[in-house]
Design a protein around this ligand. Structure first.
Ligand code: DC
Length: 228
C-alpha cells in the first residue's frame, strides 16, 4: 500500500526530529525536517549579507535557493544548491536569527510550497510547527508533541554536553526555550497551534522508544482503517 502523510508539530526541543526520523525509517517513508529549511534560508541570508529586515529580499532568496535532503547513517544531510550545510544551520548564529526569518510571510509561502512538493511522493513524515494546520492540512495522521519547558531544556543541555557543544546553563536554556515558544506561538503568520484533529502526545515523562511506539500505533491504526 502507498504510504501516508504523517505531520508532527510541536514546540522547540519537544523531540520531534528524533522521533520523526526513527518513524520515517521504520515505515520506509521520506523524512522532511522543515525547521532545517527555515534555518537554511537564514544561513543563506547571513552568508550573502542580506538585511534580515528586508522581507522582499528574504522572500526572493527563499524562492531562489534549492534546499535538499539526503538520508545518512547519523540522521540527515542538508544542502543549499548542492552545497552541504548540515552543521552550519545548527550554529547559535543561525539559531538566534531563524525566528525572524520564519516570521516573514513570503518566506513561509515559498517554503510551504517546496514542502508540499516534497510530500507528493507518498509516505512522508514531516516535522515542524504548521504542518498539520497549513502545509498538509489533510494528513491522515497529525501529532502534536509537547513536553514541559524544564524537560526540554534538560534534554537540550544533555544533548549539547554529549556532542561536546558549548552550552549555556540549564536555567538559561529554559529561558531561551520559553522565549522561542512565545515568539513561535504569537507570530502573525502560521503561529504554532495544535490542529483541531491532531493528537497531543506529552513526552515529558516518556522515553524516545515509548513515543515512537505510541505514534507507530496511531499510524498502523490509520493504515488499517484506510485498507478496510
Ligand atoms: O525545529 P527547529 O528548531 O529546527 O526550527 C527552527 C525555527 O524555524 C524555529 O524558530 C521555528 C521555525 N519553524 C517554523 O516556523 N515552521 C516550521 N514548519 C518549522 C520551523
Amino acid at each position: 500500500m502507498a504510504g501516508i502523510q504523517v505531520a508532527i508539530d510541536g514546540p522547540a526541543s519537544s523531540g520531534k526530529s528524533t522521533v520523526a526520523k526513527i518513524i520515517a525509517h521504520c515505515f520506509n517513508y521520506v523524512y522532511v525536517d522543515t525547521g532545517a529549511m527555515y534555518r537554511s534560508v537564514t544561513l543563506a541570508a547571513l552568508n550573502r549579507g542580506i538585511d534580515l529586515a528586508d522581507q522582499d529580499a528574504l522572500t526572493r532568496l527563499a524562492e531562489q535557493i534549492k534546499i535538499s535532503f539526503q538520508p545518512s547513517a547519523d540522521g540527515q544531510r542538508v544542502f543549499i544548491d548542492g552545497q552541504e550545510v548540515t552543521t552550519e544551520i545548527r550554529t547559535p548564529k543561525v539559531a538566534s536569527q531563524v525566528s525572524t526569518v520564519a516570521a516573514v510571510s513570503g518566506v513561509r509561502q515559498a517554503l510551504v510550497e517546496a514542502q508540499r512538493q516534497l510530500a507528493k511522493t507518498g509516505g512522508v513524515v514531516m516535522d515542524g510547527r504548521d504542518i498539520g494546520t497549513t502545509v498538509l492540512p489533510t494528513a491522515p495522521v497529525k501529532i502534536f508533541l509537547v513536553a514541559s519547558a524544564h524537560e526540554r531544556a534538560r534534554r537540550r543541555y544533555n544533548e549539547n554536553v554529549a556532542k561536546g557543544i558549548p552550552t549555556a546553563p540549564l536555567a538559561e536554556l529554559q529561558k531561551q526555550i520559553e522565549l522561542r515558544d512565545q515568539k513561535d506561538s504569537t507570530r502573525k503568520v502560521s503561529p504554532l497551534v495544535q490542529a483541531a484533529d491532531a493528537i497531543k502526545v506529552d513526552t515529558t515523562k516518556m522515553s524516545i522508544e515509548q513515543v515512537v511506539v505510541r505514534i507507530s500505533q496511531l499510524i498502523e491504526k490509520k493504515l488499517k482503517e484506510i485498507a478496510e
